[in-house]
Design a protein around this ligand. Structure first.
Ligand SMILES: *Cc1c(COP(=O)(O)O)cnc(C)c1O
Length: 422
């Protein structure tokens, strides 16, 4: 359920016509519904209300501080993967004791920043990282709380680029090798071993891989207990999928129920790192048709709808061949045709949709690219020297720009034409 709905043939976000916002802020822009963000967060989080848990929103999926602040206010935490994301979470007012730090390549500086800020946990992904954290913590004269991200070797049955929990993926520590590392870490003076964590992939539409993972982690936690290491946190990662097209992901309640059944008997605080499932369908990208054209070659005819948003603004179609539903903001009841919806970037891979049955549209029409709340703006770049677009949030009949459209000046900010000596 989300709050993007047609009323009398016109797309609304909550109580405002999307076209009204477009008139004021220009196109393209990302548009988030506050009521939907809240609803999706609550739908996920409330499923776990029977157990000690912490819902750490995956900042990389949608990192605007307005969004982070909203989840923080609802009792959520943050799963971060860089110093930049830590800065965002703290800037949003997030309690550092609800921040966990994942990622395979934490630098010494980032580790120091995490320790200074007093975050809850580092999810450690290699033996070298463990040693580095121990050294930095020793230098700062404190103890770093850690969990190891173990790789359970479970097939998430999702897109190859977004599966992370297989032995062949770069993430985590193979569960068979993890025990030795736990024993080593447990002896380190500046390390406090507190958890086991994992994240097996993204856009999962089945519950079974999560249950299989949890079963392996549970077994592992009992092995640790046998060795005298009692963990306090069990982190199951993120990855619950959403409907982009015709996928049928589990309802968050079903997911929560299955997890809790499997968790029974283990006395830990459960950590969850959802991203997409909360924000994916709480945001759209709005773009304007610039041109329509038909290329004819022999018998073939190919229709193109050229819009003002490109792969730099929403990269998922180009990067993963991902499907996004696209609809005219104002329905006109025209006939339809099969067309590619493409951007202005000088790359053949710059498309939002391919061979899509689409209503006939004209120059100046607005299109809504749906399900764009996750991995949309956060993956945007300035490629082709295009300023990044605005982000807008709606609440009821009000809207606010939560990130200004970049300007020409922002494109060259920090650049310099060097002067070299003779
Ligand atoms: C990306 C990521 C997530 C969030 O994944 P979603 O599929 O958006 O839920 C959670 N944890 C880690 C470690 C990640 O890298």
């Amino acid at each position: 359920m989300n709050h993007f709905e047609y009323k009398n043939g016109e797309l609304f976000c909550e109580d405002i016509a999307v076209s009204t916002i477009a008139k004021e802020v220009g196109t393209p822009f990302y548009l988030y519904s506050k009521a939907t963000l809240e609803r999706h967060f609550e739908a996920f989080d409330s499923g776990f209300k029977g157990v000690d848990h912490l819902t750490c929103f995956a900042v990389k999926s949608c990192s605007n501080i307005a969004v982070l602040s909203l989840f923080s206010g609802l009792g959520g935490g943050a799963d971060i993967v860089s110093g930049g994301e830590l800065f965002r979470a703290l800037s949003a007012g997030m309690d550092p004791k609800r921040i966990i730090y994942s990622g395979v390549g934490k630098t010494e500086e980032e580790i120091r920043y995490g320790l200074t800020s007093g975050i809850l946990l580092f999810n450690v992904e290699s033996a070298q990282e463990l040693h580095r954290i121990n050294e930095v913590a020793a230098d700062m004269n404190l103890k770093a709380a850690i969990a190891f991200r173990v790789n359970p070797d479970v097939d998430p049955k999702t897109h190859a680029y977004i599966s992370t929990g297989l032995a062949k993926n770069k993430f985590g520590i193979p569960i068979q090798e993890a025990l030795d590392l736990y024993l080593e870490a447990n002896e380190m003076t500046n390390i406090d071993v507190q958890g086991v964590s994992c994240h097996i992939g993204s856009q999962l539409t089945l519950i079974s891989p999560f249950v299989e993972t949890l079963r392996k982690l549970k077994k592992f936690a009992l092995q640790l207990a046998d060795k005298g290491i009692n963990i306090q946190y069990l982190d199951l990662g993120g990855g619950v999928g959403i409907t982009y097209d015709d996928e049928e992901p589990p309802h968050p309640m079903e997911y929560a129920k299955a997890i809790q059944e499997e968790l029974a008997g283990l006395d830990v605080t459960l950590i969850l790192e959802p991203g997409r499932v909360i924000v994916g369908n709480a945001g759209i990208m709005v773009t304007e048709v610039q041109y329509t054209k038909t290329n004819r070659g022999g018998e073939q005819e190919k229709h193109f709808i050229v819009v003002d948003a490109g792969m730099n603004d929403l990269t998922r179609p180009s990067l993963y061949g991902a499907y996004h539903s696209i609809s005219p903001v104002v329905e006109k009841g025209n006939g339809s045709q099969v067309a590619d919806i493409v951007g202005p970037i000088c790359e053949t891979g710059d498309f939002l949709a391919k061979d899509r049955e689409f209503p006939e549209v004209a120059q100046g029409d607005l299109l809504a690219v749906e399900s764009a709340g996750a991995y949309g703006f956060t993956m945007a770049s300035n490629y082709n020297s295009r300023p990044r677009v605005a982000e807008v949030m709606v609440s009821g009949d009000q809207f606010r720009v939560i990130r200004k459209r970049e300007t020409m000046e922002s494109l060259i900010q920090g650049e310099a034409i060097p002067e070299f000596g003779e």
